[in-house]
Design a protein around this ligand. Structure first.
Ligand code: CS2
Length: 461
């Protein structure tokens, strides 16, 4: 069986391949965190820029945690297949913009110091923003690179592409907090931009079955294919210090203020994704499409969005929120791209503060309750309880939730548990007492009667 590499490109007819000579690419970007999402999203947008003839934007990829992707892609000349699938069919593309991959901090720093690089893009997941390790975190590596880059006086833009409100701003603040070399902080403030961006494309981890499917359809093997939906959206704050790829060619929107787009996406799409993941896990759903096909869960998700989230959301001008919600639920139902509930559930301790807390706090501040969102947080607790007490039935990764798991092992009383999470962990900052009392009762009920009976009384239609 042939394996994907440069020599294969000319022989493929059902896969879109680079329209430009890859050996003429110049390196203009470094990307930190070459996971599936980067390759499905930013890389395909950049590919359009390259296809239109601007060859200044080849990308050096950095994978600092593991060399798995590099080891898979190096023998393939850094080529990989992006398989976009939905109910109507599929389209496949091999982007060619990745020119090299580095896995050690020293080489990554050297790549970022090179003045030919004008843009660094970053996907380090929500938890990557909490690490301020001087040598190993993304912020630490950026600071080391910027300290040397300052000598070249070459400005730089560092574009964050993770699901966080104010992602660029947070990254900029983490970098500035570590800038202790003389003059560095003020140089960074003047010469380095940290634009925010809203990113959207559903991209679950590819499985062995996806690899086999790809081989059956194309006749070649790819050791690291990417599977995603056909939909893709990227809204970028137009605040760059140096030049940048004309991502508009690939469908990106450049705006003055990304915040309304980020808020809408996190509080509607990501929130309902998490909701379906936790409630779905409690009902035994393995995938998000199974969860959204469950009539009760779907009604509950809709009611949460319509009844609780929308009223506190300042949506982007001109956005039809109802149409957006419909399209989100349709995208979740896409069974051609199965997304495991356990994958969406993972790292909830880092994701939920972005997705649920702002709406909850807005509701509470007005003296109200948000019963569906409060139940969703209790469902999160219940999945952690199952994983803490009986790992076999519900298992997913969330090291940040370990303090909650610890409490769940020692507290039998649900109401006391809710109080303890608020008091003894840093996970629920400033939750008002009245809300905690309500959530204690909700969690107790959920524990006693199960998810269907707990959510049914909340459904008003
Ligand atoms: C998901 C996101 O895994 C998750 O937490 O909610 O990765 C989601 O698929 C993307 O944000 C969609 O753009």
């Amino acid at each position: 069986m042939r394996r994907l590499n440069s020599s294969l490109l000319a022989q493929l007819d059902n896969v879109r391949v680079p329209k430009y000579p890859r050996d003429r690419l110049q390196t203009g970007m470094v990307h930190i965190g070459v996971g599936a999402f980067h390759r499905a999203h930013q890389a395909t947008c950049t590919e359009q820029v390259l296809n239109e003839g601007d060859l200044r934007w080849g990308t050096i990829g950095a994978s600092l945690r593991t060399s798995t992707v590099r080891d898979a892609l190096a023998p393939q000349d850094y080529l990989y297949t992006v398989c976009a699938r939905d109910q109507d069919g599929f389209e496949m593309q091999i982007p060619g913009g990745l020119v090299n991959m580095l896995t050690d901090a020293t080489s990554v720093i050297a790549a970022i110091v090179d003045p030919k690089v004008r843009v660094v893009t970053v996907t380090i997941t929500e938890k990557g923003y909490r690490e301020a390790n001087r040598t190993a975190s993304a912020a630490g590596i950026l600071v080391s690179a910027l300290a040397r880059r300052m000598e070249t006086r070459a400005p730089l833009s560092i574009l964050s592409c993770d699901n966080l409100t104010g992602n660029g701003q947070i990254l900029g603040e983490s970098v500035l907090a570590l800038c202790d070399a003389p003059g560095l902080a003020s140089w960074v403030r003047d010469q380095v931009a940290f634009p925010n961006s809203m990113v959207d494309r559903i991209t679950p981890r590819a499985t062995a079955a996806d690899g086999e499917w790809l081989t059956a359809v194309t006749g070649y093997t790819d050791a690291s294919p990417v599977v995603c939906e056909t939909y893709s959206e990227w809204v970028i704050e137009d605040d760059f210090r140096a030049d940048r790829p004309e991502w508009e060619a690939g469908g990106a929107t450049l705006v003055g203020d990304v915040a309304p787009y980020e808020r809408a996406k996190l509080r509607l799409l990501n929130l309902s994704h998490s909701l379906l993941a936790y409630l779905g896990l409690l009902k035994g759903c393995q995938t998000i499409h199974e969860a959204v096909d469950d009539a009760l869960l779907r009604a509950f998700a809709l009611q949460t969005l319509d009844g609780e989230v929308m009223r506190h959301l300042e949506a982007p001008a001109g956005m039809d929120v109802n149409a957006y919600i419909d399209s989100v639920l349709r995208r979740f139902a896409n069974d051609a791209v199965p997304y495991r509930t356990a994958q969406v559930a993972s790292d909830g301790s880092h994701k939920l503060p972005q997705r649920i807390f702002p709406t909850l706090k807005a509701a509470w501040a007005k003296g109200g309750a948000a019963p569906c969102l409060e139940l969703t947080l209790c469902a999160w607790l219940q999945t952690l309880k199952a994983s803490a007490q009986d790992g076999a039935s519900i298992a997913y990764d969330d090291p940040g939730a370990e303090p909650v798991r610890e409490l769940l092992r020692t507290h039998d009383d649900p109401e006391a548990l809710v109080q303890a999470v608020a008091r003894d962990t840093a996970l629920w900052p400033e939750f008002p007492e009245a809300a905690l009392l309500r959530m204690g009762k909700t969690f107790a009920r959920l524990t006693q009667v199960g998810i269907d009976a707990a959510l049914a009384p909340l459904l008003t239609r």
